[in-house]
Design a protein around this ligand. Structure first.
Ligand code: NAI
Length: 253
C-alpha cells in the first residue's frame, strides 16, 4: 500500500485530496488542528503555527511514506506572524522532516497560491529568509524584516520559491518537490479572501471564467504531481486557475 501524509485534511482542498487517496486504497495520515469528518488511516492533531507541535506530530508518524501533501494554509485576515508561520515556515519544516521519511521516488507536493505570483520582485528577501536554518530563525527574520502589503501574498511567494529552489537538491536524493498555485477555490477560506481582496475582485474572476475552482479541480493537479506520472517534474510551480493568471501577467485583463 502507498502511504501519504496530508495536511489541512479537515477541510476544503486537503479533505478532497485525502479522500481521493483513501478511495484509491492508499493509507492516509491526516494532519490538521481540526478532526476530519471522514475516516482516515489515522488523524494527528497539530498546530502548524508551532514547531514543537509539528515535531510532536512527526513523532506519531511511524515508518516511511510515498508522499507528503502539504495543503494547510490560513488567509491574510489572520495575524501576520501566524500566516507566515503556517503558510511558509511550517511548509519548510515539514518538508525537511520528510527528507528522511520518504520512500525512494517519494514526493512532496505543496499548495501555494497564484497570490504569490509576484515572487521575482522579492527574490533577494526570500533567499535571505531561506538562508535561515530553523522555524524559530525564520520567524525572527520575519519580525526583523516586515514586508510591505499583504502577508498572505508574501507567505505564498516564499513557498513558491522554496519548492522551485529545492527541486534539484531533492532530485539528487531521489525525491521530488513541486507546488500547485490555485486561483480562487470554493472552500470556507474564500469568505476570508473576499474580506482581504475585495468581493468585487473575486466576482470579477468568477465572471470571466464562469465559476470558481472546486476542491477536486485542485486535488487532481496535486495527485498528478504526487504520482509517478509526474516522475520527471521537479521544482515546478503549477498554476491551476482556469487561465486567469496568464491573462493578468500578460496584460490581457
Ligand atoms: P480551508 O480553510 O478549507 O482548509 C484549510 C485547512 O488547514 C483547514 O482544515 C484548517 O484547519 C487547516 N489549518 C489551518 N491552520 C492550521 C494550523 N495552524 N494547524 C493545523 N491545521 C491548520 O481552505 P482551503 O481552500 O482548502 O485551503 C487549502 C490551501 O489552499 C491553503 O494553503 C490555501 O492558502 C490554499 N489556497 C486556497 C485558495 C482558495 O481560494 N480556497 C486559493 C489559493 C490557495
Amino acid at each position: 500500500d502507498k502511504r501519504y501524509v496530508v495536511t489541512g485534511a479537515a477541510s476544503g482542498i486537503g479533505a478532497a485530496v485525502a479522500q481521493r487517496l483513501l478511495a484509491d486504497g492508499a493509507q492516509v495520515y491526516t494532519l490538521d488542528r481540526n478532526v476530519p469528518t471522514f475516516e482516515a488511516t489515522a488523524h494527528v492533531e497539530v498546530d502548524l503555527a508551532n514547531p514543537n507541535s509539528i515535531d510532536a506530530a512527526l513523532e506519531q508518524l511511524e515508518g516511511s511514506f510515498d508522499g507528503l501533501l502539504n495543503v494547510a494554509g490560513i488567509p491574510g485576515t489572520a495575524p501576520s506572524e501566524l500566516v507566515f508561520a503556517v503558510n511558509s515556515l511550517a511548509v519548510r519544516h515539514l518538508a525537511e522532516a520528510f527528507f528522511e521519511r520518504l520512500n525512494p521516488g517519494g514526493s512532496i507536493t505543496v499548495v501555494s497560491s497564484t497570490a504569490g505570483f509576484g515572487w521575482p520582485a522579492r527574490l533577494d528577501a526570500i533567499r535571505d529568509l531561506l538562508a535561515t536554518d530553523t522555524f524559530e530563525e525564520g520567524l525572527a527574520w520575519f519580525k526583523a524584516n516586515p514586508q510591505e502589503g499583504n502577508t498572505y501574498n508574501f507567505s505564498k511567494e516564499v513557498t513558491t520559491v522554496y519548492t522551485q529552489s529545492m527541486g534539484l537538491a531533492l532530485a539528487q536524493l531521489g525525491f521530488r518537490i513541486n507546488s500547485v498555485l490555485p486561483g480562487p477555490v470554493e472552500t470556507p477560506i474564500l469568505a476570508d479572501f473576499e474580506e482581504s481582496m475585495g468581493k468585487e475582485t473575486l466576482d470579477g474572476v468568477k465572471d470571466l471564467l464562469g465559476r470558481h475552482a472546486t476542491p477536486d479541480d485542485i486535488a487532481d493537479a496535486l495527485l498528478f504531481l504526487a504520482s509517478d506520472a509526474a516522475r520527471w517534474i521537479n521544482g515546478h510551480a503549477l498554476v491551476v486557475d482556469g487561465g486567469i493568471t496568464g491573462a493578468v501577467v500578460t496584460g490581457v485583463v
